[in-house]
Design a protein around this ligand. Sequence first.
Ligand SMILES: Cc1cc2nc3c(=O)[nH]c(=O)nc-3n(C[C@H](O)[C@H](O)[C@H](O)COP(=O)(O)O)c2cc1C
Length: 191
Amino acid sequence: MAESVKILGIAGSLRKASWNRGALRAAQKLCPEGAKIEVFELDGIPAFNQDEEKSPPHNVAELKQRVRAADAILFVTPEYNYGMPGVLKNAIDWASRPYGDNAWDAKPVALMSAAMSMGGGVRAQYQLRQAFVFLNMDAVVQPEVAIGNGMQRFDEQGNLTDETSKKLIAQLLKNLVEKVRLVKPRMRATA
Ligand SMILES: Cc1cc2nc3c(=O)[nH]c(=O)nc-3n(C[C@H](O)[C@H](O)[C@H](O)COP(=O)(O)O)c2cc1C
């Protein structure tokens, strides 16, 4: 029997009714058979300090361990001032260090965003995709899931209500799982 694909989901917002955390919850429900998304919350991750990179705080060590244990990563990011939020960049920086101990290395990764503007966070996505190059992450590029006009697509608790976005998320996850199965043949579903 094929092994289940473990995806680690990380949202770049700490807000209780966050649209991005809501999109991640929706992704958990839309995950294809044979795959599962577990969430790592970024609350409490301290500001990066290179003096501590060799013996990081316990929650950073846990983040690195969870990233390593995952078969793939799903980032869900807001757009802050045309870029990714500091909390997300900070977590990425921690887990990429020290030099030679980059937990993100070679990980299949997919990316989604939700924002107030019509663009849905595409500028934050481009910034994140640039980081994937240096981190040596293996990114799924299609479909682009950028949920714009967030006010119309999420309810007051931050739950995703938009059916088109849900279809795109389901397709993105399908593509991510296929990528994992390409690089890890033991995870291929048996016919
Ligand atoms: C500091 C800050 C900067 C923002 N900059 C942008 C921006 O550049 N583009 C945009 O579409 N929305 C921007 N917004 C609005 C966010 O899209 C909106 O607050 C969204 O709800 C944040 O995601 P969340 O719901 O997951 O917390 C900004 C919000 C904050 C707090």
